[in-house]
Structure formats: structure tokens, C-alpha cells
Design a protein around this ligand. Structure first.
Ligand code: ADP
Ligand code: MG
Length: 256
């Protein structure tokens, strides 16, 4: 059975896509059958997986509105090794079209169901909003991985996200839970970051992943080569952290 996780945070630029792409590649390297779903019309996870978003004939948009099945949309990441359901600007239109469709928040869940046996992990890269697209991600998932920077305002945003997750849990998806908080772009030399990190551990306990992803320029450079950071430079500190995170996820799913 596939374990399905949304990587979500309604803030932009917090490391969702970087986390999705690198976790997918690290899981693949660890022998896990992995599918990455790009639910963001920006298509960054698509490009970061080495898939050209401008030349797609079918994409997640076609899947959500019912024009194509999953088998026609998925492609393999030549650089990362995992499978991808790619996205591009077309997906922005889905938001509007979905409103009039039946079971509009469960389209992704229903599309994935027949392929459950194909994968060990399915990761969903959510857009920076609590939109109908994100809702489709949350309805399809067993859990949410929340990447966050250890800054003062990060905690404020977190309570909005957690209350949305609770609402989805109560009304749409009883399976959904917060799997954990991942500290990303971490700089241990900044006192405030250490303080927020300690606060997170105090407040959320073992919901905070042990792996910490440092700020590392190699992770930021990798997408311009169409590669996950863990492939582009696997000896870099950021890549090592994502490999440790993947190992932690493999252990954590055993307890779910
Ligand atoms: P989101 O998907 O939440 O908008 P991204 O993953 O695209 O965020 O990250 C935002 C920017 O920060 C990107 O340019 C990315 O390359 C960079 N970035 C992400 N994680 C790191 C990191 N650990 N170290 C350095 N740069 C990072
Ligand atoms: Mg993104």
C-alpha cells in the first residue's frame, strides 16, 4: 500500500518543492518506489525533476478534470529516478473548472486509488495557498509534512495550517494527520533560529523530525540543472540532510 504525504505550508518560498524533490530522489535511492505529484501551477517540482514543463502533452490538470488517466500523465524523472505527475500553468485553470465538478476535492484521491499498489511513497508538492488544489492534496493524503524555517513568523503561519488540517480531518479525510515538522534552511549561527527550533521541539515534541536541513547553496543550484540536490551533489551538507530525512521517513511510516 502506498503511503501518501502532502508537503504543505501556505507560505511561499519555505522549501516545499526542495523538500519534495529531494525526498523523492532520496527515497528512490533507498529502493522505495516513489511518485512525486506536482500540484503547483508554477511547475517547479516538475522542472526540478528534469521534466520540461512547457512541452507537456498531458499533466496533472488533465488528471484532475478527468481528461486523462494517471498512466497517461506520469513520466519518469531521468535525473531523480522516481515517477512524476508533472504540472504547468494549465493547472491554474483547474482551480476554476473543478468548482463545477462532482466530488471536486476528491478528484486526486480517486485518480490515485487504482495505482496504490505501484508505489511505496507518493509525495504531493502543494502550492503556497489553502486552495482547492491543496485541498485535493490533503484529501488524498495520509499525512502532512510541514517544512518550515525557524523564524518568528513561521509559528504564526503554522497555527493557520494546523487548523486547516484539523478541518479537513474532521470533514473530509479521517486518515489525515500531521506527520511532522521539518526544519529547513537552518543556520545554527543565528540565535533566533536556535531559539525557535528549541521552541518547536518543546511544543511539538516528536512531531519535529530529527533531521535538520541546513541552508546550503548546492540545494538551490540543483534545480537549474534539472536535478534533485541529492543527485547533483550528494556529498553536500544539504543533500546529506535530505538523505537522513528519507531514512527517518522510512522508519516513521512503520509506526503509522
Ligand atoms: P516553496 O516550494 O515552498 O516555494 P522552494 O523549495 O522553491 O520553496 O524554495 C524557495 C527557494 O529557496 C528556492 O530558490 C530554493 O532553491 C531555495 N532553497 C530551498 N531550500 C534551501 C536550502 N536548504 N538551502 C538553500 N536554499 C534553499
Ligand atoms: Mg514550490
Amino acid at each position: 500500500m502506498a503511503r501518501i504525504f502532502c508537503v504543505a505550508n501556505q507560505k511561499g518560498g519555505v522549501g516545499k518543492t526542495t523538500t519534495c524533490v529531494n525526498l523523492a530522489a532520496a527515497l528512490h535511492q533507498a529502493g522505495q518506489r516513489t511518485l512525486l505529484i506536482d500540484l503547483d501551477p508554477q511547475g517547479n517540482a516538475t522542472m526540478g525533476s528534469g521534466v520540461e514543463k512547457r512541452s507537456l502533452t498531458t499533466s496533472v490538470y488533465h488528471l484532475l478534470v478527468g481528461l486523462s488517466g494517471l498512466a497517461d500523465v506520469r513520466v519518469n524523472s531521468s535525473t531523480g529516478g522516481y515517477d512524476v505527475l508533472p504540472a504547468n500553468r494549465d493547472l491554474a485553470g483547474a482551480e476554476v473548472e473543478l468548482v463545477n465538478l462532482d466530488k471536486r476535492e476528491k478528484r486526486l484521491r480517486d485518480a490515485l486509488a487504482p495505482f496504490d499498489a505501484d508505489y511505496d511513497f507518493i509525495l504531493i508538492d502543494c502550492p503556497p495557498s489553502l486552495s482547492l488544489l491543496t485541498l485535493n492534496g490533503l484529501c488524498a493524503a495520509h499525512g502532512v509534512i510541514i517544512p518550515m524555517q525557524c523564524e518568528y513568523y513561521a509559528l504564526e503561519g503554522l497555527s493557520d495550517l494546523v487548523s486547516s488540517i484539523k478541518k479537513v480531518h474532521a470533514n473530509l479525510n479521517r486518515d489525515l494527520k500531521v506527520i511532522g515538522l521539518l526544519r529547513v534552511m537552518f543556520d545554527p549561527r543565528v540565535t533566533l533560529q536556535q531559539q525557535v527550533s528549541a521552541q518547536l521541539e518543546g511544543h511539538f515534541g516528536d512531531k519535529v523530525f530529527t533531521a535538520i536541513v541546513p541552508r546550503n547553496v548546492r540545494l538551490a543550484e540543483a534545480p537549474s540543472h534539472g536535478m534533485p540536490g541529492v543527485v547533483f551533489d550528494k556529498s553536500a551538507k544539504g543533500a546529506q540532510a535530505y538523505m537522513a530525512f528519507a531514512a527517518e521517513m522510512i522508519e516513521r511510516v512503520k509506526t503509522l
